[in-house]
Write a protein that binds this ligand. Structure first.
Ligand SMILES: NC(=O)c1ccc[n+]([C@@H]2O[C@H](COP(=O)([O-])OP(=O)(O)OC[C@H]3O[C@@H](n4cnc5c(N)ncnc54)[C@H](OP(=O)(O)O)[C@@H]3O)[C@@H](O)[C@H]2O)c1
Length: 325
């Protein structure tokens, strides 16, 4: 349920903006405006979702006095530019994953938000889903003991036809930014900062990565392995291993997902089976976090802080550098 009467403005009228509107509006969040580069697309999107204001252009959207918080739903290549537009207008922000293209861009965004005193969070929506909340509670309660490793795969068949943003370098195409980011973010969330990276993968002639894998060493001794592909369906599961227990997140770990928890000593003994109660696609939980933070005067989320988004982007920089050889 919404925690404030904040007005949301959607920047870009593409695929994920539609999914966000479908999750938020029926659950009582106030989506008051959409902005598109194309006036007809903005109007059609607004009509489809019952959104009161349709703006031609993003500047008009960020200038709308009814808009308090902007959701940036454009390709990765444009997140920084569009976020800065909203920050200059003094709007709070939720920015789609991957946060930016590079760690340096992420730092620029974080610095600009802090200088202007507006709230900004990366839309890593999986962190806010009930399953991940339950996993973090189990870990905090010590049920897994000391965490040793995380494995995560995000592999899907995406649109690789000519013109698709997935294979377009100028739009930040590639499996790492779109899919691998979920795995890196999960590992970073549970095991902490990364100290060493070994990566390998397949990159096309334009420098766009199609699939890859990385082994990450984390501060404190944890190790994670992440795999990602936009060419084929993979396991899409994740496993969190501790000295006292293991949690297996069944496909797909980044969305509505069940988990099984077993004790370390006896694989056949199921200690807990968790099944979330589904409610839409699940993007409303991150929106609720944004609203909670802004309502309480916070400019960052403790669950997805800016410095962590910057750190994750720097890990991705190094993975991409190694993939490209
Ligand atoms: N959370 C999730 O589950 C999830 C799922 C899919 C994607 N995403 C993320 O959401 C973002 C957008 O992905 P999407 O799948 O929604 O993409 P999309 O369907 O292609 O929509 C992107 C929108 O960005 C706008 N845009 C602005 N400048 C553009 C440019 N130069 N080229 C193309 N489009 C431009 C366009 O809207 P207008 O023309 O209307 O202005 C376009 O419709 C990405 O960061 C992606 O990683 C998240």
């Amino acid at each position: 349920m919404p925690t404030t009467s904040l007005g949301w403005g959607l920047l870009g009228a593409g695929g994920i903006a539609g999914a966000f509107a479908r999750d938020l509006i029926p659950r009582g969040h106030r989506v008051v405006a959409v902005g598109s580069r194309d006036a007809d697309r903005a109007s059609a999107f607004a009509d489809r979702h019952g959104i009161p204001h349709a703006h031609h252009g993003y500047q008009a959207l960020v200038n709308d006095p009814d808009v308090d918080v902007i959701y940036v739903a454009t390709p990765h290549s444009h997140h920084l530019e569009h976020a800065l537009l909203a920050i200059e207008a003094g709007k709070h922000l939720l920015v789609e994953k991957a946060f930016t293209i590079t760690g340096d861009e992420a730092q620029t965004l974080a610095d600009a938000a802090r200088a202007r005193g507006v709230f900004v969070m990366e839309a890593m929506w999986s962190r806010f889903l009930p399953t991940m909340v339950a996993v973090r509670e189990r870990i905090a309660a010590g049920d897994l003991g000391e965490l040793l490793s995380v494995t995560a795969d995000h592999s899907q068949v995406l649109d690789l036809s000519p013109g698709s943003r997935m294979i377009e370098p100028s739009l930040g195409g590639g499996a790492l930014l779109d899919l691998g980011v979920y795995c890196v973010s999960l590992a970073h969330d549970l095991l902490g900062p990364v100290t060493r990276i070994q990566a390998s993968g397949v990159v096309d002639d334009a420098g766009v990565d199609h699939r890859g894998a990385a082994i990450l060493d984390h501060e404190g001794g944890g190790i994670s392995t992440v795999t990602f592909s936009m060419e084929a369906l993979g396991a899409n599961s994740a496993t969190v291993v501790g000295t006292a227990g293991v949690i297996e997140l069944q496909p797909s770990f980044y969305e509505w997902v069940r988990y099984s928890r077993r004790s370390s000593g006896d694989r056949s003994a199921l200690v807990e089976s968790y099944e979330p109660e589904r409610d839409g696609r699940g993007m409303q939980f991150q929106a609720a976090e944004v609203e909670r933070c802004i309502a309480s005067g916070r400019l960052e989320s403790e669950l997805m802080p800016l410095d962590e988004s910057v750190a994750i982007m720097r890990v991705m920089d190094e993975i991409r550098r190694q993939l490209r050889g």
